[in-house]
Design a binder for this molecule. Structure first.
Ligand SMILES: C[S@@+](CC[C@H](N)C(=O)[O-])C[C@H]1O[C@@H](n2cnc3c(N)ncnc32)[C@H](O)[C@@H]1O
Ligand SMILES: Nc1nc2[nH]cc(C(=O)O)c2c(=O)[nH]1
Ligand code: SF4
Ligand SMILES: [Mg+2]
Length: 210
C-alpha cells in the first residue's frame, strides 16, 4: 500500500515517559478528527491541534510506494548504529495508515516502534509502545496501552473515569495555545490532586527542537 507522509525527521522525543530519547519521527498526513484547515477548526472534533499534517510537502515527506521503501527512509534518517533504535509514528492520525507490514519492516531494521494515537481506531498489532491521547466527545476504542496522555484542560473528560483504562502510565500535558499558563496550572493541579497522573511537558518546544 502507498503511504502519505507529511514529514520524517530525527529529534528527541519531547513528550511522555520516553521524553529525551533519540527518535525518528514519522508524521503521517491526514487525521479523522480535523481536516487540518484553519477554517474548519471551530467545527472539528479535535480543536486544539498544534500540528500541520496536511499534504506530503514537509522535510523528508512524500508518497512511499510500500513498507520497505518507507522503512528504508526511516533507517536513513537514523543513520549508522543499531543501538536503541526508536521510531515514533504520529500524524495526523497514524492509525489511518499504519499497518502490520510497516511495523514488521521497521522491526526488521532493529527499530522499537512507538505510536501516538487519538485512540478512535484500534492500534495495529505488534507495536512496542502505544500512547493514546483521548479527545473529548470522541469514542475511544483503544483503551489499553503503555501511556495515556491527557491534554488538559478538556471540558467533557473526567480523569477519574480514565483511571479504569488499562495503561501503565497516566500523563497530563498542558494544552498549548492561547492560555498556556492557565493550562499548565490546571495540569499541575490535576497531578497534585490525583497522584497516578504525572506531568508531561512538551520539552521539544522549550528547547527549540522539532
Ligand atoms: C499532533 S498529535 C498526533 C497523534 C494523534 N492524532 C493524537 O492526537 O494523539 C500528537 C500529540 O500532540 C498532542 N497535542 C496536540 N495538540 C496539542 C496542544 N495544543 N497542546 C498539547 N498537546 C497537544 C496530542 O494530544 C497528541 O498526544
Ligand atoms: N520532539 C517532538 N516530540 C514529540 N512527541 C510527540 C510529538 C507529536 O507531534 O506527535 C512530538 C513532536 O512533534 N516533536
Ligand atoms: S487527533 Fe491528533 S492530529 Fe488529529 S487534530 Fe487532534 S491532535 Fe491533531
Ligand atoms: Mg508535535
Amino acid at each position: 500500500m502507498t503511504y502519505a507522509v507529511k514529514e520524517l525527521f530525527l529529534t528527541l522525543q519531547g513528550e511522555g515517559v520516553q521524553a529525551g530519547s533519540r527518535a525518528v519521527f514519522l508524521r503521517f498526513a491526514g487525521c479523522n478528527l480535523w481536516s487540518g484547515r484553519e477554517q474548519d477548526r471551530a467545527e472539528a472534533q479535535c480543536g486544539f491541534c498544534d500540528t500541520d499534517f496536511v499534504g506530503t510537502d514537509g522535510p523528508g515527506g512524500g508518497k512511499f510506494a510500500d513498507a520497505e521503501a518507507l522503512a528504508d527512509a526511516v533507517e536513513r534518517k537514523w543513520g549508522e548504529g543499531r543501538d536503541a533504535r526508536l521510531v515514533v509514528i504520529t500524524g495526523g492520525e497514524p492509525m489511518l495508515q499504519l499497518d502490520e507490514a510497516l511495523v514488521s519492516a521497521l522491526h526488521d531494521r532493529g527499530f522499537r516502534v512507538a505510536v501516538e494515537t487519538n485512540g478512535t481506531l484500534p492500534a495495529v498489532a505488534g507495536l512496542d509502545w502505544v500512547c493514546v491521547s483521548p479527545k473529548a466527545g470522541t469514542d475511544v476504542v483503544q483503551r489499553s496501552g503503555d501511556e495515556l496522555k491527557l491534554v488538559w484542560p478538556q471540558p467533557g473528560i473526567d480523569p477519574a473515569e480514565l483511571e479504569s483504562w488499562d495503561f501503565d502510565h497516566f500523563l497530563v500535558q498542558p494544552m498549548d495555545g492561547e492560555d498556556g499558563k492557565a493550562a499548565t496550572d490546571a495540569a499541575i493541579r490535576l497531578a497534585m490532586e490525583r497522584p497516578r497522573w504525572r506531568l508531561s511537558l512538551q520539552a521539544h518546544k522549550v528547547v527549540g527542537l522539532a
